[in-house]
Design a binder for this molecule. Structure first.
Ligand code: C5P
Length: 233
C-alpha cells in the first residue's frame, strides 16, 4: 500500500457490519484518501475483515490505539504489520521506550506504514487530568507528547483541531497531523463538542482529516465527500 496518499479525507467507517463497511468503502473509492477502521470493527471481523476492505485497493488507517509495555507492543505490531496498514496508531503515553519498540517493529516489517501517536484523548479535559494527579494543562501535555513522539521517530500524531497550530509549530512541516472532530459547515455536530470545518483545519496545517458521520450517515455519502473536497480546494 502506498505510503503517500494525497487526498486528505480519511473516512471513519464506524460500522459493525462487514457488508455495510465494504459497500460504503466501494462507493467512496476514488474520492477519498483512506478508510479508518477501529477497535469495534477489528474485534469483530479481525485481520480478514481488514483484508476485505483492503482488497478494494484503498489505504487503511488501523485505529487500534495500542498501549502496553514495550515488548508486548513490539510483538503485537510484529503480527499486525503483515496487514500493511497505511497508518497504525499507538498511545504516546506508553512512553519513549514503547514508541521506539513499536517503530523498530513497523520499520522492519512494514516500513511504508505511518506510525502515529495519539496524544491525549479528546474525551479528556483538564479536570480529568487533575483527578489523575496530572497537574499540567492539557495543551502542555499534548505539546510534550507530540515532541516525544517526534523524538521517538514516529511519523506524526492524532490531535484535536485546537492543537493543530501548536503541534505544527513545535514539530515542523514533515510531521503528520491527523485530526478528527471535523464538521463541514451546516452539518450536525453529533456528540463532538469542539469541531472545525475541513477548510479551517487544513488551513491551520492538518494533513489528514478523519470524518465519519457527516459522510457515512449522509443520504448520498459520495456527494458529501465531493462537497467536502470542493470546500477545501
Ligand atoms: O463521526 P465522526 O466524524 O465524529 O467520527 C470521528 C471518528 O474519529 C470516530 O471514529 C471517532 O472515534 C474518532 N476520534 C474522535 N476523536 C478523537 C479520536 C478519534 O472523534 N480524539
Amino acid at each position: 500500500m502506498s505510503k503517500v496518499f494525497l487526498n486528505p479525507i480519511i473516512v471513519a467507517i464506524d460500522k459493525n457490519s462487514e457488508t455495510e463497511a465494504y459497500q460504503l468503502s466501494k462507493e467512496l473509492i476514488g474520492n477519498i484518501g483512506a478508510i479508518k477502521l477501529g477497535l469495534e470493527y477489528f474485534d469483530t471481523f479481525g485481520p480478514d475483515g481488514i483484508k476485505k476492505i483492503q482488497s478494494l485497493g484503498i489505504p487503511i488507517f488501523l485505529d487500534l490505539k495500542i498501549h502496553d509495555i514495550p515488548q508486548t507492543v513490539k510483538k503485537t505490531i510484529d503480527t499486525l504489520s503483515s496487514l500493511r496498514p497505511a497508518i497504525l496508531n499507538i498511545h504516546a503515553l506508553g512512553g519513549k521506550n514503547m514508541m521506539e519498540y513499536a517503530l523498530k517493529s513497523i520499520s522492519k516489517k512494514s516500513p511504508e506504514t505511518y506510525l502515529i501517536a495519539v496524544t491525549i484523548l479528546t474525551s479528556l479535559d483538564d479536570n480529568d487530568l487533575q483527578i489523575m494527579g496530572i497537574n499540567i494543562p492539557i495543551k502542555n501535555l499534548v505539546s510534550n507528547l507530540a515532541k516525544l513522539a517526534k523524538e521517538s521517530g514516529l511519523s506524526g500524531v492524532v490531535c484535536s483541531s485546537q492543537e493543530i497550530k501548536m503541534v505544527r509549530d513545535i514539530c515542523g512541516k514533515n510531521f503528520k497531523i491527523i485530526v478528527p472532530g471535523i464538521r463541514p459547515n451546516g452539518s450536525d455536530k453529533n456528540d463532538q463538542k469542539r469541531t472545525m470545518t475541513p477548510k479551517e483545519a487544513i488551513s491551520l496545517g492538518a494533513d489528514h482529516l478523519v470524518i465519519g458521520r457527516p459522510i457515512t450517515e449522509s443520504n448520498d455519502p459520495k456527494n458529501a465527500v465531493i462537497e467536502i473536497i470542493n470546500s477545501i480546494k
